[in-house]
Design a protein around this ligand. Structure first.
Ligand SMILES: [Zn+2]
Length: 260
């Protein structure tokens, strides 16, 4: 048996518990003997995570849910395996559920041919589709579901009192989850999700990568300001809403201007 080292009351994070980086953050939320996992990471790390959970004395039969924040391979490749071992229901947003159930390799980033990334993406049946306003009950705890699209269209966050399991919305250094048209990113929705987090009265953000950190409205403001510039930059391709240079060029073409 291992002594539990909760990150916050009722929350163990398994990289923090192991005191080494296993992969994405895996949050175990518990009350009495009941518990739920939020994300699981790559298939390769499932055995280690399950063994940690066993040594922390959480009975497998009391696992109430394995929840996907979103359907990116580094968060959920191990879901099918974990479900088989823990025999617990899998929960995800309807838009993530579609990808999980067909083992979509493109939208999950399991397959990026241009970078020779070619990973398996085992399909997994989603037992309960969850959306904004739903509640996941863990013992006497009520975990509130927030739909926070932007990084992906089906990304969820989860509120537990003053804590927000905040997915890939924001990391401690002000970085955000990757913006890529192939996996349903939307910069306007991303900004809305960050505004919602900023306006909320949660005190702590528990992201899906890196350390937990105190919600810092100034950091969120700077991040939003950066994303607002992305809305008008060719760098973000079809995720940008416009490209002002094209309007300028059109004007210059009409004027018959030559390079100066
Ligand atoms: Zn991620």
């Amino acid at each position: 048996m291992l002594p539990r080292n909760p990150l916050f009351p009722h929350v163990v994070e398994l990289n923090h518990q192991a005191r080494r980086r296993i992969g994405c953050c895996v949050y175990l939320v518990y009350d009495d003997s009941d518990w739920a996992l939020f994300d699981i990471g790559y298939e390769d790390s499932v055995d280690e995570i399950v063994e940690l959970v066993r040594q922390l004395d959480f009975p497998f039969s009391r696992c109430k849910a394995i929840v996907a924040t979103h359907a990116d391979v580094d968060h959920i490749q191990g879901l099918a395996k974990a479900k088989q071992i823990l025999k617990a229901p899998v929960l995800a947003h309807p838009k993530a559920a579609v990808l999980l159930e067909k083992g979509d390799r493109l939208a999950s980033f399991a397959e990026i041919p241009a970078q020779n990334i070619d990973l398996p993406m085992p399909a997994v049946e989603v037992d309960r589709r969850i959306d904004d306003g739903d509640v996941i009950q863990v013992g006497k705890l009520n975990v509130e579901v927030w739909h926070t699209p932007g990084h992906t269209d089906g990304q969820l966050s989860f509120r537990l009192g003053e804590l927000l399991l905040s997915g890939d919305n924001l990391f401690r250094d002000g970085c955000v989850g990757v913006i890529d048209a192939h996996h349903g990113s939307s910069i306007p929705e991303f900004i809305n999700s960050l505004r919602r987090i900023q306006a909320s009265d949660v005190s702590w953000l528990l992201p899906s990568h890196g350390p937990a950190f105190r919600k810092d409205d100034a950091l969120i403001e700077r991040t939003i300001a950066r994303l607002e510039t992305y809305l008008h930059m060719a760098d973000f391709g079809t995720c940008a809403i416009d490209w002002p240079l094209m309007d300028q060029w059109e004007q210059e073409l009409v004027e018959g201007r030559s390079p100066q």
